[in-house]
Design a protein around this ligand. Structure first.
Ligand code: TXA
Ligand code: MG
Length: 321
């Protein structure tokens, strides 16, 4: 057991990480649960603390593009274009791993996931470390990802010594994950960078490969991101009629359903999808604490970030069934 402190002291974070301990770190997407990515026993603690299945590999976070050539065998030209266009930023690259990456990080896969997070505190920390940081989202496996230091504490209190507090994550959804197959870029998870963004930056063809029974990227498993309260996605007015009489929480894009529900979390009164994405996980967590019978979430326009939001909502809904 630890006393889990929250603070902004990167020297303290560095000290713990150098001694094989776990530290939660802020990124622009969600908080990560970080360990020395070259220390197999520190990496093993990540799986234990999160209660994460060991077949689900971890992203290695690095400070800059130069680090890519240490941990990946080669960097395809489309990957270079995406690095140039979007990093530091919410995109993760699946590349053939170099020998030095421990098998526990990649769960035995020949590919490693690399990402340069866009957060000043964490970039500052990475610049001081001699190793990359292996980090999944800092939530117990299967639950909604954390976007504040307090969210991390709710899920992992007593299990880690330190949470580096970088405020609220500005994107609020996990990174987009891509891999490369000649001129084709496969998108394994939708996030802050959209399919169109990727096409524009590279001129490559793209293919969505999001949900499989045998996922290549286990974040594709549908039962992720789940609230404990059952969650349904669709047209709010219709669902409100169907669930009349229950204690209902509504997550809506910009319309206000306060009069006709028990609680309503409006994600962006201005109808701004970027703002909506950044509030989504806070909304799911807050409603999940509100002793409701059901959470009804509105479907988003299915493009750009709206697609990534729908993906998260549909996964949460799937596991409610
Ligand atoms: O935005 C993010 O990506 C956040 C922040 C903390 O960086 N991280 C995150 O990590 O969402 P996690 O572990 O919750 O999700 C990473 C996804 C998982 O679905 C995992 O299966 C996939 O990336 N992944 C990691 N390494 C992989 C690999 N070598 N091959 C295939 N998929 C991989
Ligand atoms: Mg996760």
């Amino acid at each position: 057991m630890f006393t889990t402190d929250i603070g902004t002291d990167t020297a303290r974070a560095k000290h713990y990480l150098e001694h094989g301990e776990l530290v939660a770190i802020p990124t622009e997407t969600v908080y990560g649960l970080a360990a020395n990515g070259l220390d197999a026993s520190a990496v093993a603690s990540i799986y234990r603390v999160k209660n994460r299945p060991q077949f689900n590999p971890l992203i290695l976070h690095v400070a800059n593009e130069v680090q890519f050539s240490k941990w990946a065998k080669q960097i395809p030209s489309h990957c270079r274009s995406l690095i140039k266009a979007f990093t530091p930023g919410p995109i993760t690259f699946l590349l053939d791993k170099s020998e030095q990456v421990p098998d526990l990080v990649t769960a035995g896969s020949k590919r490693v996931a690399l990402r340069i997070p866009d957060h000043a505190l964490t970039l500052g920390l990475l610049a001081q470390l001699e190793f990359p940081l292996a980090a999944p989202s800092a939530n117990p496996s299967g639950y909604v990802s954390p976007v504040t230091a307090l969210h991390v504490k709710e899920g992992l209190d007593g299990k880690i010594p330190y949470i580096l507090d970088g405020g609220t994550c500005k994107v609020g959804l996990e990174s987009t994950i891509v891999s490369f197959d000649n001129n084709l870029i496969r998108i394994h998870r939708l996030g802050g960078i959209s399919e169109k963004d990727i096409q524009h930056a590279t001129g490559a063809n793209t293919e969505l490969s999001l949900a499989h029974d045998q996922p290549e990227s286990p974040g594709q498993l549908k039962s992720h991101y789940a609230t404990s309260t059952p969650l349904l996605v669709g047209d709010i007015s219709q669902m409100l009629t169907q669930h009349h009489g229950k204690r209902i929480g509504v997550i809506s894009f910009y319309r206000d359903y306060n009069q006709v529900s028990t609680v309503n979390y409006v994600l962006s009164p201005q109808g701004d999808v970027t703002e909506a994405a950044s509030s989504l996980f806070s909304a799911m967590r807050e409603l999940d604490r509100s002793q409701l019978d059901i959470i009804l979430a509105e479907s988003f326009p299915d493009e750009g970030l709206g697609k990534a939001i729908n993906d998260r909502l549909n996964r949460a809904a799937f596991s409610a069934q």
